[in-house]
Every structure is written in C-alpha cells, then in structure tokens.
Design a protein around this ligand. Sequence first.
Ligand SMILES: [Zn+2]
Ligand SMILES: [Zn+2]
Length: 394
Amino acid sequence: MMAKPGVERLKALLKANVEAHRQQLEELSGKIHDSPELGFQENRAAGWLKGYLEENGFSIEPAICELPTAFRGSYGTGQPAIALLAEYDALPRLGHACGHNLIAASAIGAAVAAKAAVDRLGGCVLVLGTPAEELPGGKIIMAERGAFDNLDVAMMVHPGTQDTATSQTLVCAPLEAEFFGREAHAAARPEAGINALEAMLLSFAAINSLRQHIKDKARIHGIISDGGQMANIVPGHSAASFLVRAQDEAYLEELKGRVLDCFNGAATATGARLEYRWGDRAYAPMSNNLTLARLFRANMKSLGHPMRLYDTSQTLGSTDMGNVSQLVPSIHPFVAIAPEEVVGHSRQFAEAAASEAGRRAMILAAKALAMTIVDLLASPETVTRVKSEFSRNK
Ligand SMILES: [Zn+2]
Ligand SMILES: [Zn+2]
C-alpha cells in the first residue's frame, strides 16, 4: 500500500521541526546530563522540560499524582491521546549512566514537532514527565494514581547498545531484609552476642549457592545497607536490599520463596531474627505492541537507520514502562548510542549519553516518534489495529 502523499509531506515537516529545535534539544539534554539528580529529586530537569514545553505552546500541569517532579504537558484536546514519556532521573555516583537525559530530550523534541500534526489532523499529544524510573519506579506509582488512564498510546525511546524496536524485560520484585541479633563486646564477651552481620553474610552465601540452579535469565542481586557500627561490637543489626527478577510472574513467585528460604536458613543458623518486606510495587513485564513497534521501525528505516524488531540476544533489565504497557498500547525501543561492549549503568555509558552519538540518537528518536504520531493521527484504522492487538494480548 502506498502512503498517502499528505502523510509523507507532514512527516517531512515534522522532521524539519525537530531539526529546527536541534540545538535547543541538544543543549537541554546536555544540561540535564551535567546536573544529574536522583529519583524524585529531579527538580531542575523537570523545571527545564516544563519550561521548554510551555514556551512551545503546551499546557502544563505540574506535580501530578502528588509527585513533585512528575508533570503532564498537553497540546490539543481530541482523540486519540498519544503520550510520550520522559524519564530524567540519574544514578548515584554514576550520573546519567542510563542516558535518561536523552529520553527526556527526544520526548519533548517529538512532542513539540508533532504540534503541526495535531493542528492539521486533530487529536492530542501529551508529554508525561515520569520521575524515578531506576527505583522505586515512578511510573508504577503514577499508574496506580491514574496518570495513564484515557490514553490511546504511550511511547518512549531508551538509549542502548543495540537498535531494537521492542524490549524484553524481566519482572522484578524488591525485597528489604533485616536481621536483629544482640550486641556484645566482640573480644571480651563474644559468646553473649548474636551476630546479625553473620546472618546476612550467610544469606548472601546461600543465595550464591541457589543462583547456580535457577533458570537462565533469572537474576538475584543485592547490597548490604547496614553491616554493623564498629569492629569491636558484635553487630546487633544488619540490613540489605535485594532485587529478584525472572522472565515471568510464575517463576518470580517460586524464586521469591526460595530466596526467603535462604534468609530463614541463616536466621536459624545464627539465632538472629529475620524481618523482611517485599516491595508492594513490582516492575511488570514489557508488553510490546508490535503494530506500534513496526510503525516506529519503518520510520527509523526511512531515516536511514534500520533496526531489528526483536533481538533475542538483548541484555535484560526491568523498566517501569512495563507497568504502563499493561494499561496502554506501548513501545519502548532501544537506539544504540555506544558499541555492544559498553555496559549500561557504567561510566562509559554515562559518557556516551553526552557524546555526539548520543545526541544523534536522541534527534533520530525524536523524529521517528514524531513520524509515528503522524501515522496514528492520520489513520483511525491504524489506531484501531494498535488497540485491538492490545486487547488480544490482555
Ligand atoms: Zn537504568
Ligand atoms: Zn533507563
């Protein structure tokens, strides 16, 4: 089927709109990169993004969902309502080692460019500012508070080391564990102590043993956040944060039980008392809308940047976009900003997020997102196909 000439002309206009804003978008992305803020503290980033959208004719609702650094920007009022999601949180010590500065800039770049499509075709384009993707998952909270109700489509593009139109992610459950023992002088009266740190170390050892016998793509990993106060005091308290991940919910549940067995075994061995809490908010699996993913991929191809639809070798993380994808037809493609040997959440990836390759990927993503918006606004049948695929997969 040949594309309608009107659609192609409109896409060309939107591409030119992104180009016209290139310098500002690159500056904005650089500014966010140079001033990294942790989840729920992204005041500067959210401020700059809201400012940019407002200057360009978007109405802004700040602090939606009772989250000070979340926001909603909108242009147009009709249907369909197409949301671009902006992330902008950084990682402790590493800064923008997940490249969320590029996600934010590509989202607002596409949204502002797409105003011309809304003016001609109707519908509504929104930017949802979604804080704290890394932990605890701002979109999970926003989903509970209705931020994604009444949307027809939700899209974002994440920087990566491969070009793929879909994402395979792991379901992920957070666990907080604490041991309570008894303090004592570690040299004078060690027999009077109950060592909460030893209980934690045993738990880690037991989990290490468990790990060689779990399914291939499952992950269990944690940090000790309290390991005692002084070497001459038997630690009376220890604490750790863990993430347990699996490819599906059923295996996650099984794994959660086995991880708890490790902690309980260590409690029995040491006499320390275990207290634990599973986070009530888990990262859901990404449900990729293939109709949308194919549209995005076709637009990337027309920009001279072919990408795979799937990549089975894809490295697996988790994203709170998974939770959005359970509510709204969604895509979360990856666009490469660094070679495959560069690892996410590393200093090298943080450098790539401020590199020429990073900026190029951000502009490409903004154009392809804007062009995908044209595909949707210009064709109610396409929106229907996207939605019926979503309903089929529920
Ligand atoms: Zn990340
Ligand atoms: Zn990320």
